[in-house]
Design a protein around this ligand. Structure first.
Ligand code: HSE
Length: 434
């Protein structure tokens, strides 16, 4: 018995998916059971890098989503609409879904999974987070026995590439971004990547699986990498850190005794100790470090994007669905593969976060400045681990501090006080430390 695939989108990932399906030799035998039945594209006349028979191409994507002969819809068109509507339409018509669309799933997951559960179909999304790295299936299945404590990821390849080059070349953000765009590593509109929004969508999905609850995107504190300077990367290096855009989902340790469990959920550039496993993840690579009980720590590493890797994740999902369809007579919600949680996770406000900070100040170069800085921090319970005066810039002294763990709300109050000191010219940067 074969399964008919309706492929929506024949861009980079769609092409990679078709290539795998059309060349099953040496792969799992189930792939031979998968037939590319119809393919929805925007432009029928476009030259393709894969041998798809023109008769199965159409620009009518809804006709594929409603075609009674199609078993599984692969949504690879990206963006919010018409992707969301097509997924819902396909579910309404009893199709199983495989999607790489983190934007749709992180915003409309509840609507989509409720519709899927009501209809007894599966919605699979391994390709939506970290491209070819298997992390969704491990969270659902292999790690399911664990109490997850934290998920910390480098899950945006574009920003990791930019930060890696800034570090290696001592270059500024704008110059590296410009070059990355010319080389095709960054989009013409880089907003979703460099402002952390892509990583926010992905950590929402990972957190939802790790902590078995729904996540509201607006609850996730999100900062991108535009404010990271070559100077900060150089100071971080001297202090034995590298700067990475981390997406973090963590049980808030302050609330372990509380009946409502709060999560920390945040995306921001972070000083990562050079000895930390995530510090060595460079270039476009992604990695996700998951800590839980009893497993301890596991790290998933690999290519977070690209035709082949993302297509590998897509086809693995198609295989999982095909395997179930081959063995089940009645479509019942599979307890490991379907989404059953309905409550929203409680997210701790960012001011309640307890973390270390790095801050760089430009100050007057005269006696007593460091003393005044120390007093302002001390007044708000901020304990400093190190204070380094690093140099003079246009007659201003540059002072870098790293704090001990401190409540973010206290740190912000201290910064306000520091800002008002007459010896302070400006607060050049503030970053959190892992
Ligand atoms: N734009 C993403 C990144 C790849 O740079 O990682 C697709 O998720």
């Amino acid at each position: 018995m074969g399964f008919k695939i309706g492929l929506l989108g024949l861009g980079t990932v769609g092409t990679g998916t078709a290539k795998i399906l059309l060349s099953p030799q040496g792969r799992h035998p189930l792939i031979q059971e998968l037939e590319i039945y119809r393919v929805g594209v925007r432009d029928l006349s476009k030259t393709r890098d894969v041998n798809i028979s023109p008769e199965i191409l159409t620009t009518d994507l809804e006709a594929i989503a409603t075609d009674p002969d199609v078993d599984i819809i692969i949504e690879l068109i990206g963006g919010l609409e018409p992707a969301r509507s097509l997924i819902l339409k396909a579910i309404e018509n009893g199709k199983h879904i495989v999607t790489a669309n983190k934007a749709v799933i992180s915003r409309y997951g509840p609507e989509i999974f409720e519709a899927a559960n009501a209809k007894g179909v599966y919605v699979m999304l391994e390709a939506a987070v970290a491209g070819g790295i298997p992390v969704i299936q491990p969270l659902k299945e292999s790690l399911g026995v664990n109490r997850i404590h934290s998920v910390i990821g480098i899950i945006n390849g574009t920003t990791n590439y930019i930060l890696t080059r800034m570090q290696k070349e001592g270059a500024d953000f704008a110059d590296v971004l410009d070059d990355a765009q010319k080389l095709g590593y960054a989009e013409a509109d880089p907003t979703a990547d460099v402002d952390g929004l892509d990583a926010r969508d992905k950590i929402a999905i990972l957190a939802s699986l790790a902590f078995a609850g729904r996540i509201k995107l607006e609850d996730i504190h999100c900062e991108g990498i535009r404010q990271v300077t070559a100077a900060d990367i150089a100071y971080a290096e001297r202090l034995d850190f590298v700067i990475k855009l981390l997406a973090i989902a963590k049980h808030d340790p302050k609330n372990t005794n509380s009946t409502t469990e709060e999560l920390q959920l945040r995306v921001h550039p972070t000083l990562v100790p050079k000895t930390h496993p995530l510090a060595s993840i460079n270039d476009v690579y992604n990695a996700i470090l998951i800590a839980g009980e009893p497993i301890g720590q596991v790290m998933f590493f690999g290519p977070g994007a690209g035709e082949g890797p993302t297509a590998s994740a897509v086809v693995s999902d198609i295989m999982s669905i095909a395997a179930i369809l081959q063995t089940e007579t009645e479509p019942i919600p599979h307890p490991l593969l379907s989404c059953t949680h309905q409550h929203y996770c409680e997210i701790a406000p960012i001011i309640e976060l307890v973390t270390r900070f790095y801050a760089r100040f430009l100050t007057q170069d005269k006696p007593g400045v460091i003393g005044k800085l120390g007093s302002a921090f001390g007044k708000h319970d901020v304990s400093l681990k190190s204070v380094v005066q690093t140099g003079i810039q246009e007659q201003l002294a540059e002072i870098v501090v790293v704090t001990h763990d401190v409540r973010e709300g206290n740190f912000r109050q201290a910064l306000e006080e520091v800002q008002s000191l007459d010896v302070i010219d400006s607060i050049a940067s503030v970053l959190r430390v892992l």
